[in-house]
Design a protein around this ligand. Structure first.
Ligand code: UGA
Length: 501
């Protein structure tokens, strides 16, 4: 099939490459001509596994790049819209790029064409898109609009596309359903997986992709509801982690117990410094905004976002409590990307934390295996230094923060690390190490929702006490509030009382 993908960001580029990989003739379009030129030369603009390999395999063959959407659309049966839908000031998704593209391509739709929303958009956007296309000159009857949300995670986007848990086809007419089915047939029939040169599957896979046909509105809701639910899971477990800290329990044990119930599932229960990235923060806000617009107050999502925001400040507060005033202190930071395996720093908790440490006067030296260049731009004009490896970042520091879950950060040479640090204090915002291991290696070790062995013993005592009559479960009376040197500054009082170093 002949397919155009408009927008060559993370989603658009991966979609275009993977559609070429499963056998289609694809034109990837972007208005950024420098990006298109670089892609045409075979240069991948982002750090994403398998992307360079697929680019090399298909560039100039089944995949071409273009800065001209109109000529691409006239040559295509299916057009995927994968342009950005950033958050606007009121939390709603800003659809101006989607609308601009629709207006631009409408006049050249002269044959049956399927327009597919791939960007994350609020429910009912398909209706709006139809109106815009008609208003801008596309003849009704010559085009259809469908919603085909993506569930790609940065870092594993290529294999997420090729080995999906489900493919959601949101269609309101037979033509759309038929064409979308043809687009994905190599995956739903399993034919792609039988190819000798197919990308290897990173996990056990059923042999064919699960196909889920819905209305366009349901598909739009599925996307927002899925991301908001995953974000809710993370904020939920981070709140449980606060409770675990308060009573001396272990969040890993709690997650193992919860996650083994298949109704809950073990994924997205990793406590830490909170979620970031270009999707969850924006989608939680946009989902709440569209619900409000439709007359539904989704207040749960406000709490999810607020809990996530607090999580990073609680972490900074914990560092400050353990280290004292940060002014003039040298602090090493491992990780700047919003998650491992990507160079993306958008809405990264690490960036927010580094900025706050610097604001409090700390001399920060940071290392990230892939995101330093983007972090430099995002952090500007915050003054921090960048290190070429983990030990360089830790060298001479009085505290080392782990803020991104890169695999190599979980395999550090602890003896070497200990020897280069001025004070062996580690704040692990991704729970990459067992507290016992770190304490045995001579570190003062702080993580999220877990106590270091020495701390655990003392914290366990108050839990055994019976609460006096009339005790309110909301009051954190089962443990002593820690002494604060400077009193609550970043956190509400109740949350402050839960921070334990
Ligand atoms: C997310 C969704 O997982 C994808 O399904 C979706 O397609 C994508 O958004 C999108 O809408 O485009 P992504 O943002 O790439 O993917 O990354 P995730 O792996 O979901 O992680 C998001 C954030 O949550 C990261 O900061 C990560 O560190 C954090 N996280 C994740 C946790 O703090 N705990 C967890 O247990 C899992």
């Amino acid at each position: 099939m002949h397919i155009t993908v408009i927008g060559s960001g993370y989603v658009g580029l991966v979609t275009a490459l993977c559609l070429a990989e499963i056998g289609h003739q694809v034109i990837a379009v972007d208005s950024d001509t420098a990006k298109i030129e670089a892609l045409t030369r075979g240069e991948a603009p982002i750090h994403e596994a398998l992307l360079p390999e697929l680019l090399q395999r298909h560039n100039g063959q089944r995949l071409r790049f273009s800065a001209f959407p109109r000529s691409a659309v006239t040559a295509s049966d299916v057009v995927f819209l994968a342009v950005g839908t950033p958050q606007s000031d009121n939390g709603e998704a800003d659809l101006s790029q989607v609308e601009a593209v629709a207006k631009e391509i409408a006049p050249v739709i002269h044959r049956s064409t399927l327009i597919v929303e791939k960007s994350t958009v609020p429910v009912c956007t398909s209706e709006r898109l139809r109106e815009i296309l008609c208003g801008a000159g596309a003849r009704a009857g010559w085009f259809s609009v469908a919603s085909n949300p993506e569930f790609l995670r940065e870092g594993s986007a290529v294999t997420d596309f090729l080995f999906p848990d489900r493919i959601v086809a949101g269609v309101d007419d037979e033509f759309s359903g038929f064409l979308l089915q043809e687009v994905y047939r190599p995956l739903t029939s399993g034919a792609y997986y039988r190819q000798e040169d197919a990308v290897p599957c990173p996990r056990r896979y059923e042999g064919r992709a699960r196909w889920l046909m819905t209305s366009a509105k349901s598909a739009e809701l599925i996307k927002h509801a899925s991301n908001a639910f995953l974000a809710t899971k993370i904020s939920y477990i981070n709140t449980v982690a606060r409770l675990a800290e308060a009573v001396g329990a272990d969040i890993d044990e709690v997650c193992a117990g919860m996650g083994s119930d298949p109704r809950i599932g073990g994924e997205f229960l990793r406590a830490g410094v909170g979620y970031g990235g270009s999707c969850f923060p924006k989608d939680v806000a946009a989902f709440a905004a569209v619900a409000r617009r439709c007359g539904v107050e989704f207040s749960l999502l406000r709490d999810v976002a607020q809990t996530n925001e607090e999580q990073r400040w609680r972490f900074v507060e914990r560092v400050r409590r353990a280290m004292g005033p940060l002014d003039g202190k040298r602090i090493g930071v491992l990780g700047l990307a919003f998650k491992e395996d990507t160079d993306d720093v958008r809405e990264s908790p690490a960036i927010a934390i580094v900025r706050e440490l610097a604001r409090q006067g700390a001399a920060v030296c940071a290392h990230d295996p892939a995101a330093m260049e983007r972090a430099r731009a995002a952090l500007w004009p915050t003054r921090i230094t960048y290190a070429h490896d983990e030990y360089d970042a830790a060298c001479g520091s009085e505290g080392l923060l782990i803020l991104t879950g890169w695999r190599q950060f979980a395999k550090l040479d602890l003896q070497r690390l200990h020897s280069v640090m001025k004070a062996p204090v580690i704040f692990d915002g991704r729970n990459l190490y067992a507290p016992e291991e770190m304490v045995a290696a001579g570190f003062a070790y702080h993580s999220v929702g877990r106590m270091s062995p020495a701390v655990k013993r003392t914290a366990a005592i108050p839990v055994l006490k019976r609460e006096p009559a009339g005790h309110s479960p909301d009051q954190p009376s089962c443990r002593k509030a820690p002494q604060s040197e400077a009193g609550p500054r970043l956190l509400p009082a109740a949350a402050q009382a839960c921070v334990r170093s």
